[in-house]
Design a protein around this ligand. Structure first.
Ligand SMILES: C[S@@+](CC[C@H](N)C(=O)[O-])C[C@H]1O[C@@H](n2cnc3c(N)ncnc32)[C@H](O)[C@@H]1O
Length: 276
């Protein structure tokens, strides 16, 4: 197909907003429009476009949809807010929530080492952008940041962002969470570093070369990207494939990379600028 009427685009978008699977996520229209337009040229008719669009959306969102009811969790969080003043209770709460999301769950045994490695490599950042964050911000108690650090988190999942905003208000009032497609609308502000954990391989599936575009458009000194070293079941090594993804992303640039491994995560420190 070459074109699609505005009316058909609208209907495809509305179908997502009213579907049981996605309605609570309040997905941004620009993301949905983008997925429609990239699938247009390879679809022969509207029926095929619907299928391809749904598949593309599933690949972006669904593999990391956990069964957390964020409205209910937010309500619960507000009820227990006073107890979270104690650092140990706050950590216990964060661990419990993160253990329900596949991606943060596998990082839990290594939290101190993970953020210790980041600290050793980039020092103490004053500003951080957490891109495609999911539940990463619940690692804040392990990040050992100064109280005045600027921490901004971005995800397309509106339900998760609503929960993170409530969490920040209670536990980290200086931090902010935004519902935003970081590929279409990368944060414009300058920061010391960006976190982009365990998402580059999937962003590349959505749009080959997207990681390079994202790094170019993110105004940071160091872009910290992580990728899994093994698949989620622990059966296959992904190390060569993921090192290759980063090599390809950096090809032709003067960006420098350092690689470290913590648990199942390969941490790529991509320096866009010379050492300070
Ligand atoms: C692999 S999961 C979690 C990654 C998380 N950084 C971690 O390490 O646990 C991917 C997350 O990225 C979000 N996401 C995917 N594409 C995105 C985009 N273009 N902009 C913002 N968030 C995105 C999804 O909603 C999901 O929460």
């Amino acid at each position: 197909m070459k074109t699609l009427s505005e009316n058909d685009i609208h209907k495809l978008i509305q179908a997502v907003h009213s579907s049981r699977k996605y309605r609570d996520l309040l997905l941004p229209d620009d993301l949905l429009r983008d997925l429609i337009s990239v699938n247009l040229p390879t679809s022969k008719d509207l029926a095929e476009l619907k299928t391809n669009f749904r598949k593309a959306l599933h690949n972006v969102i669904a593999p990391y949809l956990e069964d957390i009811d964020y409205k209910q969790e937010t309500h619960q969080l507000q009820k227990i807010a006073p107890t979270l003043k104690h650092p140990e209770s706050l950590k216990a709460y964060c661990l419990e929530i993160m253990s329900r999301h596949a991606s943060t769950k596998e990082r839990l045994p290594h939290l101190d080492q993970f953020f210790g490695t980041i600290h050793e490599t980039v020092g103490a950042p004053n500003s951080i952008l957490d891109l495609a964050c999911a539940l990463d911000p619940l690692c804040l108690p392990w990040m050992n940041l100064q109280p005045d650090v600027s921490f901004k988190a971005y995800d397309i999942n509106g339900a998760r962002i609503g929960f993170l905003q409530a969490f920040f208000q209670i536990a980290f009032p200086g931090a902010q969470a935004f519902q935003q497609d970081i590929l279409l609308n990368p944060p414009p502000e300058r920061a010391d570093c960006a976190f982009f954990f365990k998402e580059a391989h999937r962003l590349e599936k959505r749009q080959p070369g997207a990681t390079r575009i994202l790094i170019e458009n993110t105004d940071v000194h160091t872009f910290i990207l992580s990728l899994p070293a093994m698949d989620l079941k622990g059966h296959h090594s992904l190390e060569a494939t993921h090192r290759h993804l980063v090599e390809k992303t950096l090809k032709g640039t003067n960006w420098q990379q350092d690689v470290r491994q913590v648990g199942n995560e390969l941490l790529f420190f991509i320096r866009k600028e010379p050492a300070k």
